[in-house]
Design a protein around this ligand. Sequence first.
Ligand SMILES: Cc1ncc(COP(=O)(O)O)c(C=O)c1O
Length: 405
Amino acid sequence: MSATGNVPFLDLVTPHLELEAELTSVFRNAVRTAGFIGGPVVEEFEREFAEFCGARLCVGVSSGTDALRFALMGAGVKPGDTVVTVPNTFIATTEAISQSGATPDFVDIEERTYTLDPEKLRSYLETGCRRDSSTGRLISNRTGGPVTAVIPVHLYGQMADMDPILDLASRYHLAVIEDACQAHGAEYFSSKERRWRQAGSMGHAAAFSFYPGKNLGALGEAGAVTTNDDGVARQCRMLREHGQSKKYYHDIEGYNGRLDAIQAGCLRVKLRHLTAWNERRRQVARIYDELLAKATGAITLPHVPRWSRPVYHLYVLRVADREAVQKQLAEAGIGTGIHYPVPLHLSPAYAGLGFRAGDFPIAEQAAATILSLPMFPNLSPESQGHVAAEMLRSTAIGVNAALTA
Ligand SMILES: Cc1ncc(COP(=O)(O)O)c(C=O)c1O
């Protein structure tokens, strides 16, 4: 809480000040060696981040959007294909699909986790698609294109229910690209494998964003693909570097999508703290859960299924009169957010896809009622008390009743 009693939505200054000496030395080292692009710092980060994710390989790229695009293309998605995802994600997920030449299609989310509903995916594949009799390929009835990949989004730091998604993907020969841009360190208990698996280790490839506000954020733009597949990694390495397999030998056309050495060095410094920061986020979430438990009639708190160990990139709850609550919190100096207010099938950017209101009711209901509270590792219990008191007040429960009951 600031001296004025305000609670920001996110505090990015404090953790960077705490690491100022180490972060500055990354810059100093880059200036002294002129090691700006590629080189050992990038390679070290890639090795360390792959290990953190429980994946064999990591390819550093220049953003989460590039990571998604390269992962899709590297996993074999071709122009004209159809790639299935959810409507309630950041637009980068679908931008990457379109930029790979494919068409996005959607299935609705599971109401309590806000992540891809495996049953809806099953029904999409069983009834929303047909087999082409000559090629045997699975064709989407809506887009007319072959369905070749699915992107489960681990939204807000919560894992999608991966076991049934992976089963369906294997039955229908779909590549699975995890959008793990909000889920660094999140874990999923695979009943099939009887073990916990990390975000970024389960699909054919996964995309991470290191946008500064993420659980692991760079000091600028950065991202990474993780994968266990050598072919996918090789393809992503070529795509990030103008399609070259070695300097000036261009096997394909690619992009300028590299992770630079300064960002990689800063990420290495911050990666050492990520587990502790994620644990702090979980504590912050537990405190919110307790403080707001009395208002569960008016507020829907985040749900954690038994198979999920989320990392709370965001703490998202639902309230009926969201605009009024948000306004009252703003008046009390509390920053909030809405992630995201317009489900993508209703966004003007996708008007051409022909979706209508009502096509994905769960995502639409969520978009109308979700509210993200301040969430960051160094959020103090005192600040959380202030946020919770204002939440209880604004949802007409009354802070006194809640505290004394
Ligand atoms: C779910 C999701 N996917 C993709 C991205 C894209 O990442 P970037 O902003 O690094 O391109 C983000 C980042 O905001 C995201 O939250």
